[in-house]
Unconditional design. Structure first.
Lengths: 528, 502
């Protein structure tokens, strides 16, 4: 058969070439671009074809996608872990993955109440078990009753379970001091990422100078740049002000927008508050300014508020974009199109693996909303355990319920430990010569600026690496600490940073910070 | 377009200058992503939305000629009353709340699985992110499952990507494949009738859909001559690069013969097409003489000329078969002969979404590594599994039999999967009436059925069908007694409908 086939192929290829030659100008006749069989000789002299799908013939927008949080440095970290487990000698005994906000992986314990309800929902026979508290059982019953066939194994409505969306709406109303929220405006999602990508997809249109542009902060969470690359949208960078604790400045927004208008059609403004990777918490005034800017410039606002419970700094408070919008009066609250995102992965829950989340859409055109509902229906529904978890997050045990005290105790312990670690991180990093670190006001990361000696920059460039990638790789190889270089998030030219989570347990974090310190000193000496 | 853009820009600077917010929305139907607008997904389309409304009306006490809406539009086993497999749920409860590992109510094998899964999770919690490709030990179990299923043909865990249901993986693969513009634009061959995820994903990606027709007269079988016709016609206007197959078929329920699969593979090789084999119904084979053959197994049995060249991805899920665990969104794909550079790109692409839901990954692990004969849960597991599959086989037969007794309805045997896709004869008057109302005739039919009997089906037009023929898709999932009632009601309705429009 192997002998016969090349002939069969040989008979086919010229035919398809012919049919093209007839109806196509010669200039466009590139076999490779057409994905047509490219023939090459293999060692036994038999003609063999190139693959259907190669790096040259794959989706070019996918090629442009970059996601540093799980990029080459993390791949190397995994390799190192395997080498360690195979008994290879390293200057460290374990790899510490401080690259990602993965609380449970860092040892944070799940909230007992959440997991009790999830166990009950998974295996309802446990509802007869007297060891589970009554409030956990009643939540589980309520969730199961809103599932088809009383099973989490059923598909739900594509927008999410009705009763969960109602609970989300009530949660938002409570959070925002009574500003009304319509459950029909809530879409449950597969983590916040899914909601963000879906919204961006909905927005993107036009070609050339009319192509949709989307404003994102620099530094940014690379989900945004990755999604924009994949959608072929234009990324419009606005820079956060590192000198002013990574604050957002309207004149910088204006600069970025005006420049972008020359080559694309800016239509959306993304804001992450509290900030990732930068940890700043926006003031109420700043949010108001941003909303006014969006209204004036006719931009749809996307507010990534997944760290809304993670606010640590004295005098800082989380203000939701929605609340501020409605406090600015109907001129704004009736017109500005806003989408806000939340998730089960961050805050005190840290339940990343469940991929739970929601978005609330405000002032969205009804026809567009129908299109959004249609679009999400293709993926059937978000994972139901994640929806159940989302329900518990927005509707936790109430005072008077048996699980309340324990829930509050666990929640407070996590959040106060995070606050302590935020302070500790800032403190220790700022003792290191050549590192300066803004206060970690919120979220889960520090994004310190590092001074890299000229010689190191040179060596990095010789290797074709970004200098901060070179720095982080070296740190990984020498200490086992896995960080993400600032270049993965974007930074002002000529400055270097890394992102590190503050999630490791306090004692471990102390060790880690000291290792970073030692490494930085050694590195600086070595290249001086 | 450029002129429009210029106008836009002038508009905006004017607004910025006088500071007055604009009244029109930023995002409207006219300036949203045009690809998204083209997406259609009938399985959850207009008729299902109407079913939801009717349910609400019933709850509010509105009088209807029925007391409940039966949603036979979607393969949602648990919603239809199928009970979860105990072992799967025990392990999930243990993973969710590991304190239960101390509880002696749970069988040892369930605890053992839970411990193994937890050990593979960061911080021993299913709340941690997993590797983007999926938990390593789950991928290893998947690979072993595939090897066992395919009689020992090796499977490399590195070629396994866990996914958020099979849909996620199918869309990801299509996304990877699409490129070119105009006549160079990637074309993807899909069967008609098809599962509308495919047409929806292609619309979303702006790829060219190439339809090949299944042969209804030969039990919805796939004919290579028809594939050839479709690909040749398509080469005039696009660049065909992918061939998608659903086996067992959705919505058509056919199970492909080994010979047919071989022919398809040979065709894919000759025409230089990437094969996508949607095999989520691989345990759902009911008809005498039918057997599930995986594309991978057949590919490897055809020898290295094929097995070392034909690029393929195969998809599986926790949502169908005997499990029916749709809500967990578990699934995997196996990629074969994929270019290593492209594979690296795939790994990068899936990393952006961080990871598939971990409970779904855990569930998938149990599906590919169920209780073994010497383990305490084995007997119960086998009993539950066999009961589900035997009931499905009976319902498949029952459905075919009853529908074929109705004049004007012809129904192929439901050899596998979970649906029947009978052909219905619609009177000309009904067709005219539908057109008057601006509806596709089978949508008109299904809407009427929904309003009169409370039964929610999906019109054949949502899956595609030969011009002038009409069908509907109905799941065979309702419990046998209920299914009999549903079938009777549809039969009565059809007779009534035919009379009304005669």
């Amino acid at each position: 058969m192997a002998v016969v086939l090349p002939c069969v192929r040989g008979a086919i290829i010229p035919q398809s070439f012919q049919s093209q030659t007839l109806s196509q100008p010669l200039s466009s006749l590139s076999a490779t671009r057409r994905g047509l069989p490219k023939e090459k000789m293999s060692e036994n002299g038999v003609l063999s074809r190139a693959k259907v799908l190669t790096i040259d013939t794959m989706n070019p927008t996918v090629k442009k996608v970059e996601y540093a949080v799980r990029g080459p440095i993390v791949l190397r970290a995994v390799e190192l872990e395997r080498e360690l487990s195979e008994g290879m000698k390293k200057p460290f005994s374990e790899v510490i993955k401080a690259n990602i906000g993965d609380a449970h992986a860092m040892g944070q314990q799940p909230i007992t109440f959440f997991r009790q309800v999830l166990a009950l929902c998974s295996y309802p026979e446990l509802l007869n078990d007297s060891t589970f508290p009554e409030d956990a059982k009643s939540r589980a019953r309520r969730i199961l009753q809103s599932c088809g066939g009383n099973s989490m194994g059923s598909y739900t409505a594509s927008q999410g379970i009705d009763s969960v969306r109602q609970d989300v709406a009530r949660y938002i109303e409570r959070r925002d001091g009574g500003v009304p929220c319509d459950p029909d405006d809530i879409y449950l999602t597969t983590g916040a990422s899914d909601g963000i990508v879906t919204m961006l997809k909905l927005l993107v249109c036009g070609e050339g100078a009319t192509r949709t542009g989307v404003m994102i902060s620099i530094p940014q969470y690379p989900l945004y740049s990755a999604a924009l690359a994949e959608l072929g949208a234009v990324q419009i960078n606005y820079y956060l002000n590192e000198e002013k604790c990574w604050s957002m400045d309207i004149s910088e927004l204006q600069r970025a927008l005006d420049e972008a208008r020359r080559h694309c059609n800016p239509r959306a403004l993304c804001v992450i508050n509290p900030g990732n990777p930068t940890g700043q918490v926006q003031s109420r005034q700043c949010i108001e300014d941003v909303i006014r800017f969006a209204a004036n410039e006719r931009l749809l606002l996307m507010a990534d508020e997944v760290y809304q419970d993670n606010v640590y700094a004295e005098g800082c408070q989380f203000h939701s974009f929605k609340k501020v919008l409605f406090e600015m009066g109907p001129e704004y609250s009736d017109t500005v199109e806003l989408v806000s995102f939340h998730s089960t992965s961050k805050c005190y829950m840290g339940e990343c693996g469940f991929r739970g989340g929601y978005m609330e859409i405000i002032n969205m055109d009804d026809e567009v909303k129908a299109q959004l509902t249609k679009l999400v229906s293709v993926r059937l529904c978000p994972p139901v355990p994640g929806q159940a978890l989302m329900d518990l997050v927005v509707n936790p045990p109430q005072p008077g319920e048996p699980s309340h005290d324990n829930f509050i105790k666990e929640r407070t312990a996590t959040l106060s430990a995070l606050a302590e670690k935020a302070k500790l991180t800032e403190q220790v990093l700022n003792t290191i010569q050549g590192i300066s670190c803004n206060p970690v006001q919120g979220a889960m990361y520090s994004f310190p600026r590092i001074t890299i000696p000229e010689k190191a920059i040179q060596e990095a460039m010789d290797k074709g690496q970004e200098p901060d990638m070179f720095y982080c790789m070296k740190m990984l190889e020498e200490t086992g600490i896995c960080l993400v270089p600032g270049s993965g998030f974007g930074q002002t030219d000529g400055t270097y940073h890394f992102r590190m989570t503050i999630l490791p347990p306090t004692d471990k974090l102390t060790i880690l910070l000291n290792k970073v310190k030692e490494f930085h000193q050694k590195f600086t000496q070595q290249y001086s | 377009r450029e002129r429009e853009g210029a106008r836009d820009i002038t508009n905006m600077s004017q607004q910025a200058a006088n500071g007055v917010p604009c009244r029109g929305k930023v995002l409207t139907l006219d300036n949203m992503n045009p690809n998204v607008r083209r997406v259609e997904y009938a399985v959850r389309g207009a008729i299902v939305q109407r079913a939801g409304q009717i349910e609400k009306e019933l709850k509010e006490g509105v009088k209807k000629p029925f007391t409940e809406v039966i949603k036979a539009n979607i393969g949602d086993a648990h919603a239809m009353g199928q009970k979860p497999i105990s072992f799967l749920r025990q392990v999930l409860a243990l993973c969710s709340y590991p304190e239960l590992l101390e509880d002696n109510k749970f069988p040892e094998d369930a605890k053992h699985r839970a411990r193994r899964i937890l050990e593979a999770c960061g911080g021993h919690s299913i709340g941690a992110y997993s590797a983007s490709q999926g938990i390593e030990c789950v991928r290893q179990d998947v690979a072993r499952y595939i090897e066992k299923r395919d009689g020992g043909i090796p499977s490399n865990p590195d070629n396994i990507y866990l996914s958020t249901g099979a849909s996620d993986a199918i869309v990801t693969m299509l996304k990877l494949l699409v490129c070119g513009e105009g006549r160079d634009r990637t074309g993807v061959m899909i069967s008609i009738p098809q599962y509308p995820l495919y047409s929806a994903a292609l619309a979303d990606l702006g790829a060219v859909q190439i339809s090949y027709y299944l042969d209804e007269d030969k039990c919805w079988s796939l004919d290579v001559a028809e594939l050839k016709r479709a690909v040749d016609a398509a080469r005039q206007h696009c660049n065909p690069r992918v061939l998608c197959i659903i086996n067992p078929g959705n919505p058509t329920g056919q199970v492909q013969s080994r010979q047919c699969i071989e022919d398809v593979i040979r065709f894919a090789k000759e025409e230089h097409l990437f094969l996508m084999a949607d095999e989520v119904y691989q345990d759902n084979v009911y008809a005498e003489g039918c057997k599930f053959h995986s594309f991978k197994k057949v590919l490897f049995e055809m020898g290295p000329a094929y097995s070392s060249t034909v690029e393929m991805a195969s998809f599986h899920s926790t949502s169908k078969c005997y499990m029916g665990e749709c809500g967990f969104r578990g699934g995997y794909m196996e990629v074969i002969n994929m270019d290593p550079e492209v594979k690296a790109q795939l790994t990068k692409l899936v990393s952006v979404r961080l990871c598939p839901p971990v409970p779904g990954q855990a569930l998938l692990d149990l599906v590919v590594n169920p209780p073994q004969p010497d383990e305490p849960s084995y007997n119960t597991f086998m009993k539950e599994r066999t009961a589900v599959l035997a009931a499905l086989a009976e319902k498949a037969r029952l459905t075919e039999q009853i529908f074929n007794e109705v004049p004007g309805v012809t129904c192929n045997p439901v050899q596998g999967a979970m649906y029947t896709f009978p052909r219905i004869a619609l009177p000309q008057k009904a067709i005219d009436k539908a057109k008057e109302e601006g509806q596709v005739p089978d949508m008109f039919y299904c809407m009427r059925l929904l309003e009169e009997e409370g039964i929610c089906l999906v019109p054949g037009s949502g899956f595609g069908q030969r011009e002038g023929t009409f069908h509907f898709r109905m799941t065979i999932l309702p419990p046998t007694e209920k299914l009999k009632i549903v079938l009777q009601k549809i039969s009565d309705f059809h007779v009534r409908f035919t009379q009304e429009f005669s």
